[in-house]
Ligand binder design. Sequence first.
Ligand code: NAD
Length: 417
Amino acid sequence: MSEPTRSTTDFQIGSEQFDIASELMGLREELRTLLKTPFREMRVAIPIRRDDGSGAVYIGYRVQHNGARGPCKGGIRYHPEVDLYEVRALAALMTWKTALMDIPFGGAKGGVACVPWEMSTAELERLTRKFIQRISIILGVNRDIPAPDMYTNAQTMAWIMDQYGRKNGYTPAVVTGKPLELGGSQGREAATGRGTIFVLEHVAREWGVDPSLASAAIQGFGNVGAYAARFFHELGGKVVAVSDISGGLHDPAGLDVPRLLEHVAKNRTIEGFGQGQRISNKELLTVSCDFLIPAALGGVINRNNADGVRARFIIEGANAPITPAADQKLAERGVIIAPDILVNAGGVTVSYFEWAQNLQQFYWDEEQVNRELAKRMERAWNDVLTVHKEKKIDLRRAAYLIAIDRVARAESLRGFE
Ligand code: NAD
């Protein structure tokens, strides 16, 4: 039987982990049902005028999975494969991620099915404004706070803040990942990649690997992948392969990361960089390396290619990059997987700092942001490692156990009525 589509697979990843963890902890049936059921789902039509004068109608979603521990929080993704199943699955991941990091948020996600790389900046602005206009009744600083995800960035967040503000007045805390000029936080842009490499360092220490002697392959060279490459290189490690939507590059001797970052800043893609051998995105996943860092789409490591993975460690920069079938195959071969809800939680953690700074209108310097981020990531890592050792379960199950327990306690204390 062929594996389900990417969206269905993404949905199963979180949902299977939830079932396993709730069974392990003996969670009451009514709580299981409550925690699996999204709190609120919204689907909207987004009609906009294209630059050529024609009209187009896009479909957008916002799913609030759970808000027991605080306002719902989660990014907005622009991608042709966005659908309700994917957004729903990613919203649930946010609930577990914010709980694992012990920050006072719940989980949400949004997305618009579109082909952002074929749209002009003006079209993307019109799309964003109309989308926000239509979902703004469920947003708010104490209700639901969007952030960037794939193919959205600080500029998109600036439009969101401006659009929301037209009706509600100056409200910077309604969205995070904003430009610094509009109340963004120092360190937010780099936070997810920085957190990814913090976790890689903890994994390396625990399993006796020296990162400065290690190699990494990174799929995706956007916000998460490019910063992960930079910080891994700064540790002295060798980045032997990278890829983006245009394909990949491989050099076992190590790519020149600073020069590659300059190239991408200028050209927006790794294409045309004059070093390394061209490889496909599929080949990147099976390159010989110590650390494989998927940092693009979900479901890329699946039952068809899991046996080909040669890395000893997988550090999940992307959300849900490994399907449940692949997860099992890799575990049987002893591959250590650091799970997404821990690895890429640096972004939402600094988003929390941004929200707190906006509410207080009192701003931190970058050193303070990075220090607090390191502290929070270390605490979450130690929590996961302790449960992993005590219960003899893998890192992903340990992370889910902690997260689900925290949300279940909050729901129980609020009461079922
Ligand atoms: P981005 O839009 O900045 O970059 C995406 C990168 O993936 C680009 O380099 C693009 O070319 C590449 N890409 C697209 N399609 C690809 C394909 N088929 N094969 C290989 N590469 C492809 O996105 P991002 O913010 O870096 O997000 C990447 C992943 O990290 C997503 O799974 C996202 O959910 C997750 N994430 C992001 C953040 C954040 O703060 N940005 C936080 C947590 C998790």
